[in-house]
Ligand binder design. Structure first.
Ligand SMILES: Cc1ncc(COP(=O)(O)O)c(C=O)c1O
Length: 416
């Protein structure tokens, strides 16, 4: 196992910075916003809570998370909720409990395939289409499921990401419904990673969770790392289906959790129990965050489109997935670039822009696609990030403008 590509790029940026280079950090997918003051205060108040507590999480947290889903038209009881130290270990526990090969969208978040491999399950990639990231093409998924069954190694699950990292897009109802139908036909468990759900930029965008369409077989994961920028606090939750499958899976997940993390951090759980009730102060904070993420992601998309890259309009989160295929010949001639890794390397080493190649997300190695995280453009410290969050015109702030200018200049030199 190698260190996760997203964390590795962060370290590469740090090294370049120590060498005195001003690298534009578009590689690491962190929300890039400060912790809301009300959350800080509550965490300080909860610091004395030092008992482990129940493996599944505090009852008040499980009840609050159930309420969160109920407000999203998903009837949920507290018993269906398991909390963990981030959604990443919960995903690992679920994949472990499911014991079988897993279908993944191509491209998809780095850790799904890595976790499957660690568990000796095969990760089987299925193509997505531009603008519908995070959800495999249902026809291709059905073909793979048939083929896997015929080969005596049937698929057990499929992971969806709504909205998606790395593409920043949100698949629509037809796509989700298509996958639900295939999952029913082939008895696949759907793991729906909805960690960016609250960061759909336009709240009027219709959102369809597979848990609405295939409730008996859909497990949802989410957390506070992205919507409230609390990645380092490590708190995630999963919603198990209200079915026999859900009960079995829940028991197996708790067995695994009890032997690995015992319980999520107690003080963080206390704060999360409050956060999942979605008090007004946090709703306002989230609305501002959503708006900033959308504004900056669209501005970066325009910079890429301006140099002739294909890039789907961002719909949620803080990512873009530009494709420089149109410049293949020029990139090969000028820089010797023939694949995504080469493209990301030249951008970092020659042009001081850190991104990740699509191949880190399971994409075809030869594709000239990049995952671009836009959130570290808000600034290098809490003061500037908070200013960007509060400002009506974040694109006019000098450091945001400079970052966009640095990117434009680097891309122009790349395509000189
Ligand atoms: C799609 C996706 N799922 C899950 C996670 C991990 O979240 P957590 O901090 O809850 O472990 C990330 C973080 O980068 C992500 O992008």
């Amino acid at each position: 196992m190698a260190v996760s590509a997203t964390l590795a790029v962060n370290e590469a940026v740090e090294r370049a910075r120590r060498a005195g280079r001003a690298v534009l950090p578009l590689g690491f997918g962190e929300a890039g916003l400060p912790v809301h003051a009300a959350l800080r205060e509550r965490l300080a108040g909860a610091a004395g809570a030092n008992s482990y507590g129940p493996v599944a999480g505090l009852p008040e947290l499980r009840a609050a998370a159930a309420g969160y889903w109920q407000r999203r038209s998903l009837p949920t009881s507290a018993e269906q909720v398991v909390a963990g130290p981030g959604s990443k270990p919960l995903l690992y526990g679920l994949l472990a409990a499911l014991e079988g090969d897993v279908a993944l969208p191509r491209p998809s978040w780095v850790s799904y395939a890595a976790q499957a491999t660690m568990l000796h399950h095969q990760a089987r990639f299925v193509d997505t289409t531009p603008g519908q990231g995070g959800v495999p093409d249902p026809f291709a998924l059905a073909a793979l499921a048939d083929q896997a069954r015929a080969a005596g190694r049937p698929l057990r699950s499929v992971v969806l990401t709504l909205p998606d990292n790395p593409t920043g897009t949100l698949a629509g109802r037809d796509r989700v419904a298509g996958v639900c139908a295939v999952a029913r036909e082939h008895d696949l468990v759907i793991i729906s990673d909805e960690i960016y759900r609250d960061l759909v930029h336009d709240p009027a965008t219709p959102y369809v969770s597979p848990a609405e369409l295939a409730p008996e077989r859909t497990v949802i994961t989410t957390g506070l790392s992205k919507n409230l920028a609390l990645g380092g606090w490590r708190l995630g939750v999963t919603r198990l289906p209200d079915s026999e499958l859900g009960e079995q899976l829940g028991q197996h997940l708790l067995d695994i959790a009890s032997e690995i993390w015992s319980s999520p951090p107690h003080p963080v759980q206390s704060v999360a129990a409050w956060a999942f009730t979605e008090p007004e102060v946090l709703r306002d904070h989230l609305a501002a965050s959503r708006q900033l993420h959308g504004t900056v992601a669209r501005a970066v998309a325009e910079v890429f489109a301006g140099v002739g890259a294909e890039v789907a309009a961002p719909a949620g989160g803080f990512y873009l997935y530009p494709d420089l295929e149109a410049h293949r010949e020029r990139l090969a001639r000028r820089w010797g670039i023939t694949d995504g890794a080469g493209l990301a390397r030249v951008l970092l080493e020659e042009l001081d822009v850190a991104t990740l190649p699509g191949s880190a997300f399971g994409d075809h190695a030869g594709a000239l696609r990049l995952r671009v995280a836009t959130s570290l453009l808000y600034g290098p410290d809490d003061l500037r990030r908070q200013t960007a969050l509060m400002d009506d015109d974040p694109l006019g702030l000098p450091w945001v403008r400079d970052g966009l200018g640095q990117l434009r200049g680097a891309l122009e030199r790349l395509l000189d």
